[in-house]
Design a protein around this ligand. Structure first.
Ligand code: FE2
Length: 425
């Protein structure tokens, strides 16, 4: 299937279909902006990490020229067919080079922002725990950065929310809630400054847990009723910690106090009815539940993204805001970035991203061959219906969490980013 869109030029409507193809080219003819998809030698014999990278400057070209005689570059052919005159020959065909390494670069930047946010949370939460002065300034700056990253490339940031470590649950959960809230806030067209406020609410929503005795907070198992009551007090503790402070968005108090309330009034601590629940509280409540359900804890394994979305869906209108849950499910999609995808030929890849209009056809970086053995990483875009080794279109047959088939997404991203010379890791 080609991607097809309608464009109007000089008053005439055209159906424009795009088809990626590859062209062999001598390395002496390379120019900046070309996208190299294949070398004249195996990738593992070259210094290049990804099968598919953009020539960004003369230095990149020089590197390829040092290693290869010729390469394949990818071009996109555009076929313009007049809609009103179906029999007319296509009047225009243009080719342009496409860029694919962008995702890897944005992941590097996203990872840096994520780590910095995690650090800020840890520091702030440690101060709250010890009763020391809390400084929100640095966290505010990091949240601002999170907002720009989510606006730039939500997929890269959402990737990172999948990389969970049990021992870092509280900090990672806070950052994940911050990021997911920003991403959902974007779906309801909040302005950047509102997203910053919302992100801060997400980051701080569980700060009250720092006042819960650690034997309850870290208990490896179900809480008894008394322990649960104490744990539920984290909402009230948060209010006490944040109330009246002039250096944090005042709405953060509301969200931290109310994020366990429900639309049907059966939540805690006050059993508020829906009219009292702000938009920010409703957003944080949904993403908080989703991230908690999909996280591994020492006493239970997290559920799949799909199962968590089913639960959100089931509780639409009673526990969670109906419209926001719909938007959240559409945003996360069937193929969430950072999850593993098994193909019908047995190959396994990591989901990179999915275009808004091609939610069921994500981009995937293939990492295991049909026999589940490591293979040189290769990016495919299912929107273009690429063929597998059997000459059949790649078809996804299952979505799995990191760790399935021995593929640890965190290890992969760390290794990948390090190979690219990123010293932030
Ligand atoms: Fe909470």
């Amino acid at each position: 299937m080609n991607r097809s869109i309608t464009k109007v030029r000089n008053g005439v409507s055209y159906r424009v279909s795009k088809k990626p193809t590859r062209q062999q080219i001598a390395v002496s003819d390379l120019t900046v902006g070309m996208h190299v998809v294949e070398l004249d030698r195996p990738w593992e014999d070259s210094p290049f990490l990804f099968q598919g990278f953009l020539l960004e400057d003369e230095f990149d070209i020089q590197m390829v020229q040092d290693v290869c005689q010729w390469v394949y570059v990818e071009v996109i052919e555009e076929h313009w067919q007049a809609i009103d005159k179906p029999n007319a020959a296509p009047i225009k065909q243009v080719s342009r080079f496409v860029e694919k390494r962008e995702m890897a670069q944005q992941l590097t930047q996203a990872n840096r922002t994520y780590r910095s946010a995690k650090l800020q949370v840890k520091e702030l939460f440690a101060s709250a725990h010890l009763g020391q002065a809390m400084n929100f300034k640095a966290a505010q700056q990091t949240v601002k950065e999170c907002v720009s990253r989510v606006i730039d490339n939500p997929n890269a940031m959402l990737w990172l929310t999948r990389l969970k470590h049990q021992d870092e649950y509280t900090a990672e959960h806070s950052v994940n809630v911050c990021l997911l809230a920003i991403a959902l806030g974007q779906q309801v067209d909040l302005a950047p400054y509102e997203l910053e406020n919302l992100g801060m609410c997400g980051l701080m929503h569980d700060i009250g847990k720092m006042k819960v005795p650690s034997e309850i907070l870290n208990k490896p198992g179900r809480l008894d009723p008394n322990e649960f009551a104490e744990m539920a007090r984290h909402t009230t503790y948060a209010k006490q910690l944040l109330m009246g402070r002039s250096d944090i968005y005042p709405g953060a108090v509301d969200v931290a106090y109310n994020h366990h309330e429900r639309l049907d009034g059966k939540g805690y601590p006050r059993g508020l009815d829906s009219s009292k629940l702000s938009l920010f509280t409703r957003i944080v409540t949904i993403v908080d539940a989703y991230d908690a359900m999909t996280s591994d804890r020492c006493y239970k394994r997290g559920m799949s993204s799909l199962d968590a979305m089913r639960i959100l869906n089931k509780n639409r209108g009673t526990q969670f805001d109906d419209e926001l849950v719909r938007k959240f499910i559409t945003m996360i999609g069937m193929y969430p970035p950072g999850y593993l995808l098994e193909m019908s030929n047995g190959e396994v890849g990591i989901i990179l991203s999915a275009d808004k209009d091609f939610k069921l056809k994500p981009r995937v970086i293939l990492v295991l061959d049909p026999n589940k053995q490591p293979q040189p990483e290769r990016i495919i875009n299912l929107a273009y219906d690429p063929m597998d080794d059997r000459g059949q279109a790649y078809t996804p047959i299952g979505v799995y969490r990191s760790g399935a088939f021995g593929v640890n997404v965190a290890e992969f991203i760390n290794r990948g980013l390090r190979i690219q010379g990123n010293d932030a890791l």
